[in-house]
Design a protein around this ligand. Structure first.
Ligand code: NAD
Length: 260
């Protein structure tokens, strides 16, 4: 249980981040939500999560591509809860294009949201964790932090960078009660991915089941999507006491993708 711990999860209004925020709240942690979305839906979500275990749940709409906004987000969570014990760097975006025609603005945006925001979040949250001699940093990376795929240069570069950052931070704080790890999922069934099934099915003129198996999950040996709850359970485990000796690790949860 994570009672009396407080967590900040970036990009937690949707998909994996939301799943992790929900699982942390169910484990008894207070949660600061972050991300974009409809204000009414976010407010409903905030109440729903708070009702899980009577934990405190707040929301801050920082755009994590901006360093000052990340610092303000960490400061707001510390002010709301008195601490950020758990930092989950999850916000992410994607753009797919050949490297020689990759839009420069998209390259920069992906580095800012995926890699630079993790650095700024860790820099801001670490002093408090050091003072309390306890902390958990979980970077939501990807199998693309370990292996590449064509047309995803910015994403693959940023995700590989996140793993380098994870290892360095883990070494720097190894003698404290703080750990820093990377979770590396393959294809996870999020609302975003669900939406892609229909468009890919249309594009390839294949039924949904075939496009999932033969196109989308061609690189994922299990040929099934990973569920958000599986990734969230791994994140919660990494935040617990049993995982105190796991640090600097890049843990695949990828249906065997990176085993090839
Ligand atoms: P998603 O699009 O469902 O959620 C992304 C979240 O990030 C949203 O809450 C969005 O509002 C937020 N966000 C985006 N830009 C932001 C910004 N500038 N500031 C603040 N918040 C911002 O995506 P997801 O599939 O849940 O992905 C979450 C993380 O997991 C990402 O880092 C992604 O790279 C990684 N990942 C996803 C998959 C997958 O198959 N879905 C696989 C491996 C890794």
């Amino acid at each position: 249980m994570l009672t009396e711990k407080s967590a900040l999860v970036t990009g937690s209004t949707s998909g994996i981040g939301l799943g992790i925020a929900r699982a942390l709240a169910r484990s008894g942690a207070n949660v600061m939500l972050n991300g974009f979305g409809d204000p009414v839906a976010i407010e409903t979500l905030r109440h729903e999560l708070a009702a899980e275990k009577g934990v405190k749940v707040f929301y801050h709409g920082a755009d994590v591509s901006r360093p000052a906004a990340v610092a303000a987000l960490v400061a707001a969570a510390e002010a709301a809860f008195g601490a950020v014990d758990i930092l989950v760097n999850n916000a992410g975006i994607q753009h797919v294009a050949p490297v020689d025609s990759f839009p420069e603005e998209r390259w920069t945006a992906i580095q800012d949201v995926v890699l630079n925001s993790a650095f700024h979040g860790i820099k801001a949250a670490l002093p408090g964790m050091k003072r309390r001699n306890w902390g958990r940093i979980v970077n939501l990376v990807s199998v693309h932090g370990l292996v590449a795929s064509s047309f995803k240069s910015a994403y693959v570069a940023a995700k590989h960078g996140q793993i380098g950052l994870t290892k360095t931070v883990a070494l720097e704080v190894a003698e404290t009660g703080i750990t820093c790890n990377a979770i590396c999922p393959g294809y996870v069934r999020t609302p975003l991915v669900e939406g892609q099934i229909d468009s890919q099915a249309q594009m390839h003129k294949l039924p949904r089941e075939r496009v999932v198996r033969e196109v989308m999950l061609a690189a994922q040996p299990t040929r099934r999507f990973i569920e958000v709850e599986e990734v969230a359970a791994l994140a919660v485990f990494l935040c617990g006491e049993s995982a105190r000796s796991i640090t600097g690790a890049a843990i695949p949860i990828d249906g065997g993708w990176s085993a090839r």
